[in-house]
Design a protein around this ligand. Structure first.
Ligand code: AMP
Ligand code: MN
Ligand code: MN
Ligand code: MN
Length: 277
């Protein structure tokens, strides 16, 4: 059987639409042989995912996608092969749940001022025990017909600079990486081209990332064209980072992003899974 890695996706433990079980089953159906569940700031879905993986034959890689700050901007760092019970990481995810709840209260207040009541109750209900994310707010705004798509919800209300945006202080990049490496994991810079950095800022970011112990970069993500793959691969090669691939699958609503539907990693890039046991 050919190996197929998908090392970035979300379940209902954060802003994904599928439960960990449903996610693993769907990955299996799409030919994924190794799956990393990487929910935003939580490892709560991993136990369930592991149970299902064991019955389907999918290899589950423990993961997380941490929200971090570097130079006052937000960057996502995926941790792969982490031990979720590592105390500093477990404590951090615990704190992040409160951070996210407090941010949600502030976002809801801003929406109320825009005469959109009821958001907090709705997102709490939708998130359940999981992390509350802006995706939950986007879904609420769609359900109340304030916008017609998630994208429009971000463009009009939730994105940086928009009326319901709330700046959040996440952990500094270096600290977040230390939680991952301390937990025995490999830190991977998620979707590097989504930050729209100049080459110069990218160089500074990747230097800081490596100095802090980061070892990988996503070269293949769900929606990426050949030019973007080349650019991301060039960064991997230049900064001697291993290449990762992950769909960043959230739900079946976006037909252009599917579990396991990924271009191959360019041959000259060291695969990040070679760093995992
Ligand atoms: P949060 O971590 O709560 O700030 O939410 C971030 C999540 O919102 C991301 O992981 C995406 O899933 C989603 N998101 C961010 N920006 C956009 C956007 N412009 N359009 C659609 N979804 C977005
Ligand atoms: Mn998300
Ligand atoms: Mn992300
Ligand atoms: Mn993600």
């Amino acid at each position: 059987m050919t190996e197929l890695y998908d090392l970035h996706c979300h379940s209902t433990a954060s802003d994904g639409a599928l439960s960990p079980t449903e996610l693993v089953q769907r990955a299996h159906q799409h030919g994924v042989t190794s799956l990393a569940l990487t929910d935003h700031d939580t490892t709560a879905g991993l136990t369930e995912a592991q149970l299902c993986a064991a019955t389907t034959g999918v290899k589950l890689i423990t993961g997380i996608e941490l929200s971090t700050n570097w130079q006052d901007k937000c960057f996502h760092v995926v941790g792969l092969g982490i031990e979720p019970t590592y105390a500093p990481l477990a404590e951090a995810t615990n704190n992040l749940q409160s951070t996210r709840l407090e941010r949600a209260e502030k976002i809801a207040l801003k929406l109320e001022k825009k005469r959109i009541p009821g958001a907090l109750e709705a997102v709490k209900k939708a998130a359940g025990d999981g992390m509350i994310t802006r995706t939950h707010f986007a879904d609420f705004l769609v359900s109340q017909n304030h916008v017609s798509t998630q994208q429009e919800a971000f463009d009009r209300y939730l994105a940086k600079g928009k009326s319901a945006y709330v700046a959040t202080s996440w952990a500094e990049l270096e600290l977040a990486i230390s939680w991952i490496t301390g937990a025995g994991g490999v830190a991977v810079l998620a979707h590097p081209l989504r930050y729209k950095l100049t080459a110069n800022w990218m160089k500074r970011l990747l230097t800081a990332f490596k100095d802090a112990g980061g070892q990988g970069i996503e070269v293949i993500t769900g929606r990426i064209n050949a030019d973007e793959v080349k650019l991301a691969a060039d960064y991997a090669a230049r900064f001697e980072l291993a290449g990762s691939m992950g769909s960043d699958f959230h739900s079946a609503i976006n037909p252009w992003v599917e579990l396991g539907r990924l271009a191959p990693l360019p041959k000259h890039i060291k695969p990040v899974w070679e760093l995992l046991d």
